[in-house]
Design a binder for this molecule. Structure first.
Ligand SMILES: Nc1ncnc2c1ncn2[C@@H]1O[C@H](COP(=O)(O)OP(=O)(O)OP(=O)(O)O)[C@@H](O)[C@H]1O
Length: 234
């Protein structure tokens, strides 16, 4: 589903003016991800672990096609992400990747159903079809009785389950989750992890986390340090 070969991502930062300007001697290059090769297939729940700044989020962004590598290749659904325009990459991502964030990122003015249906607007489905699909997904994540609630009327765990339903709206083959339990208590986090494990039975799920409970659920665990994969477990 997604494959990285020799992927490195560097950023340039620092210098007297804050962000890099050409010729600024104090600017430095930070290697966020260094020479990572990994292939992830449907049915896997892959974990990314490592200390803060070890490159987990950067690698997730590369896998999702939100960013492209400085060197090496990321191939998502058969397309090398660096070889296409940013517009085509966006379309590739929308069709193949669902994303779950630590802070849910739901639209506060929309109902749970509206949030889940939002990614479907671009797909050309009728309003009725979008509503039906959103309701079915909310049912699947155990929120069939909350479809009309707005995010502010839902608990953190419920909001994250709405976010998982939204990530599944376009039926993506890859789901990326960045610290999905970071805002949740242990029990609520466990519910969201159960859901992600269920989701991973027929698609690829990649979770970056500091939460041992989340890492324990993975079928393969990549430990990162200074942008490099130091160990692979499972
Ligand atoms: N846009 C950017 N510009 C400059 N440096 C960046 C940028 N994004 C990430 N970095 C740097 O790359 C390194 C890896 O960051 P990243 O966010 O991937 O780590 P992480 O493992 O996800 O950390 P955390 O667990 O704290 O979220 C860090 O040194 C970070 O400061």
């Amino acid at each position: 589903m997604v494959e990285c070969v020799g992927v490195t991502r560097t950023f340039t930062r620092g210098g007297s003016s804050g962000w890099f300007t050409r010729g600024d001697a104090a600017a430095e290059t930070v290697t966020a991800v260094a020479d990572v090769s990994v292939a992830i297939t449907p049915g896997e729940l892959v974990g990314l672990a490592g200390p803060s700044g070890s490159g987990k989020s950067t690698l997730l962004h590369l896998l999702a096609g939100l960013d492209t590598p400085t060197s090496g290749t990321v191939t998502l659904a058969g397309v090398e992400t660096s070889s296409v325009s940013s517009r085509r990459r966006t379309r590739l991502r929308l069709a193949n990747v669902g994303i779950v964030f630590q802070h849910f990122h739901l639209l506060p003015s929309l109902s749970a159903r509206g949030n889940v249906a939002a990614p479907l607007i671009e797909t050309g489905r009728s309003k009725r079809e979008r509503r039906r699909r959103a309701e079915a997904l909310l049912e699947q994540v155990g929120l069939g009785d909350r479809v009309q609630h707005k995010p502010g009327e839902l608990s953190g765990g419920e909001q994250q389950r709405v976010a998982v339903a939204r990530a599944l709206a376009t039926d993506p083959a890859l789901v990326i989750a960045d610290e999905p339990t970071g805002e949740l208590d242990t029990e609520t986090g466990a519910q969201v992890l159960n859901l992600l494990a269920e989701v991973a039975t027929d698609r690829a799920v990649v979770v970056a986390s500091h939460d041992q409970q989340a890492l324990d659920r993975t079928t393969r665990l990549l430990r990162l340090r200074d942008g490099r994969v130091t160990t692979v477990e499972g």
